[in-house]
Design a protein. Structure first.
Lengths: 263, 359
């Protein structure tokens, strides 16, 4: 009873700022400009299917790279002394204190023609374009969201009971077997919440592609941003479809692991 | 438990009230009230550089009226704020086609010109703009044309007309407006259509032209054009002439071209929307901005033409004589002014432009 009362402020918050807007988006998506029931917004939204697929692909790729980079870091973090752990955690967090757009601008300068990367590689005789392509967008996303992958995995891993690891070793497991049979399975909830925290925002992000991408890197977030000015119905329909995709993704994730990790 | 909760709640109440007080104090109106100004981003001299004054501070000092200054990026953003939010604005600075739309929809107040004596400085040809033929709602703020900027070291031949933006030799180095109306207008000129007023069929033709151009483009840009051109990242771009003057100052490899077939002549004018609650202060603000020295300061920063006939005497010769700031009369004859197109055509144009990009 006690706990329920304490959750009232949040429930109210959620009702006003989450549920009502979602219902309104839903209602707008199924109407035409005159306000009558219509499926045209969805027909129009379907025209942007390429952009959808591309955005989901970029988000998946970024999430996968984040996972590959973050998992070993998180694992090594748990092996460190408490004081080193704090320092490394701080270093991982510092970029997040800086304004998001500023970080994207920094990448733009790094990757541009005659920028530091181009200059350095030119000395080695390698010439190329490093900005204005999907790769640059993925790099920007990974940079943006990497901390969101490291931290949940680290939190879950550091809670693994060392007795379990010792027990496994006592029973004759070598290092690899301990990792495979004990550490990895127990870290899955962290991996899942990390994936969720990276995939969801990167699928719906905007501006990153506008700055780092090229002609064919328009993302669905940018389309929603643009289309909302003149056509809120289609904009709502696209948002709704995106929400459904993310929901499906979360449900799939749910099948793999612990339910609590997702909430 | 209940007691603790109620104590907590009252604490929160007190804390939030206390937190609000200095906050409320800070945003309190000046001694003579306030004025809410909603302008384009980077569209007023606000002390951005050492030699640029902050005209809003000067206004506040002179009148004791507090200015709440916010900005928008597109006319459409302004329109949706005016029609869909409850925010109240006192002075807005839309472009000509948006002004016609706002007048048609009854969203602008008539200005009492007795309270705007500096209106006398406005050049007569800006007193009866096509969007406001009787000159009841507008005080022109600035004007200009669209043009091209190019990097002399990157183009093989000097561009003379818009077709340079379709030049296969510049593939991957061309920047185009990321704004449907301006991009479509250039494409329409290429198709021989008058862009000032268009139908959906015209939009379709322009869309095809833009699709043809897309593989040659580096990017669709707006503000990013400054970085791209000043940093030598692209060879040629379409943009607003006044801004091109700014870019050329930053990079001497750049030069400009007023397209032979003409371009878009635009006006932005100060208006008072019907949601205004401080009309008197709005008129004072508009009047202040038309003081010749203030108009000159804005012109110096913006490098867009000023309609104020008193301003040039405060301007340096290189600005006064710049074709980008004050395009020559013969060139203006070739230019066209956007008229308000119907909502349907307008949103169709917006959609088609997005389709070109999403393809």
């Amino acid at each position: 009873m006690k706990s329920r009362k304490l959750s009232i402020p949040y429930i109210l918050w959620m009702l006003i700022f989450t549920m009502i807007p979602v219902v309104m988006i839903g209602m707008t998506a199924f109407r035409d400009k005159a306000g009558n029931f219509s499926l045209t917004p969805f027909v129009k939204a379907f025209e942007y299917k390429n952009v959808f697929l591309k955005s989901l692909w970029i988000a998946l790729l970024s999430t996968a790279i984040c996972l590959i980079l973050a998992y070993p870091v998180a694992y090594l973090l748990t092996k460190m002394k408490k004081s080193t752990q704090n320092t490394v955690q701080l270093i991982i967090m510092i970029p997040m204190w800086m304004n998001f757009l500023l970080r994207i601008y920094a990448w733009k300068i790094l990757l541009q023609k005659n920028g530091p990367l181009d200059m350095a590689l030119s000395i080695l005789g390698i010439h190329g374009t490093y900005i204005g392509n999907t790769g640059a967008v993925v790099v920007g996303m990974v940079y943006e969201y990497l901390p969101f992958m490291v931290l949940p995995i680290f939190t879950v891993m550091s809670k693994i009971d060392t007795n379990l690891i010792e027990a496994a070793q006592d029973l004759g497991s070598n290092g690899l077997a301990v990792f495979k049979k004990v550490i990895f399975p127990l870290s899955i909830p962290g991996v899942i919440s990390g994936i969720t925290m990276v995939f969801v925002p990167s699928a719906s992000t905007f501006l990153v592609a506008e700055h780092l991408g090229g002609m064919n890197d328009l993302m669905i977030g940018d389309v929603i941003d643009r289309i909302f000015l003149t056509d809120q119905n289609t904009g709502s329909a696209i948002s709704l479809i995106l929400m459904v995709f993310i929901l499906i993704f979360l449900v799939l994730m749910n099948l793999f692991g612990d339910e609590e990790a997702i909430a | 438990m209940k007691k603790i909760l109620s104590i907590l709640l009252s604490l929160i109440l007190i804390a939030s009230a206390a937190a609000c007080m200095p906050g409320c104090g800070a945003t309190k109106a000046g001694k003579n009230g306030e004025v809410n100004v909603y302008n384009w981003g980077e569209y007023m001299a606000l002390g951005q550089e050492d030699d640029i004054e902050n005209v809003i501070e000067m206004f506040e000092k002179e009148t004791g009226i507090k200015v709440n200054y916010t900005t928008y990026d597109t006319n459409e953003e302004l329109y949706s704020k005016l029609t869909q939010s409850n925010d109240s604005y006192d002075v807005i600075i839309p472009s000509e086609y948006m002004i016609s739309k706002l007048i048609d929809e009854g969203l602008l107040k008539e200005i009492d010109f007795d309270n705007v004596p500096n209106y006398q400085y406005i050049d007569d040809r800006f007193k009866s703009l096509p969007c406001d033929p009787e000159g009841k709602y507008t005080v022109c703020y600035s004007w200009g044309v669209t043009a091209m900027v190019y990097n002399k070291t990157m183009v093989k031949s000097e561009p003379t007309d818009w077709d340079a933006l379709w030049d296969p030799a510049l593939k991957g180095n061309i920047l185009m407006f990321n704004n449907s109306r301006d991009a479509m207008a250039i494409a329409m000129q290429q198709c021989g259509i008058d862009p000032s007023n268009c139908t959906t069929a015209d939009v379709d033709k322009a869309t095809e032209k833009l699709k043809e151009q897309k593989p040659l483009l580096k990017k669709y840009v707006m503000d990013q054009v400054f970085n791209e051109m000043e940093g030598g990242q692209a060879a040629i771009a379409s943009y607003y002439a006044g801004d091109i003057a700014t870019m050329i100052e930053e990079n001497e490899d750049l030069d400009y071209c007023l397209p032979a077939s003409g371009s878009n002549l635009f006006y932005d004018a100060m208006c008072i929307p019907t949601c205004s609650k401080n009309t008197g202060n709005a008129e004072k603000f508009i009047n202040f901005m038309q003081k010749p020295e203030i108009a000159a300061e804005n012109c110096k920063y913006l490098r867009y033409g000023t309609p104020n006939t008193g301003a040039p005497e405060y301007l340096d010769d290189d600005i006064k004589n710049s074709e980008l700031t004050f395009p020559p009369e013969e060139y203006l004859k070739k230019c066209y002014v956007f008229q308000n197109v119907s909502n349907d055509v307008y949103s169709y144009m917006q959609e088609q432009f997005l389709r070109v990009q999403a393809e």
